[in-house]
Ligand binder design. Structure first.
Ligand SMILES: [Cu+2]
Length: 68
């Protein structure tokens, strides 16, 4: 299992947290996604089938937040 932490800008409440987590989990290679609102980070676990972490950043952007 692979893990990565992505900095996410623009999240402010539980709704944002859910939106970002669900956007990440829509990727079938993602096995777990949890957002830390205080740190402004998303911790993601994913399988080898994920082509690139950029795919996850794109999903966050499409959900309306900024991935760094
Ligand atoms: Cu919010």
């Amino acid at each position: 299992m692979n893990k990565t932490t992505i900095k996410v800008k623009g999240m402010s409440c539980g709704h944002c947290k859910m939106t970002v987590e669900n956007a990440l989990k829509e990727n079938k290679c993602v096995t777990d996604a949890s957002v830390n609102l205080d740190k402004g980070e998303a911790n993601v676990e994913y399988k080898d089938c994920l082509e690139s972490v950029d795919t996850l950043k794109e999903a966050i952007k499409n959900a309306g937040y900024e991935a760094i």
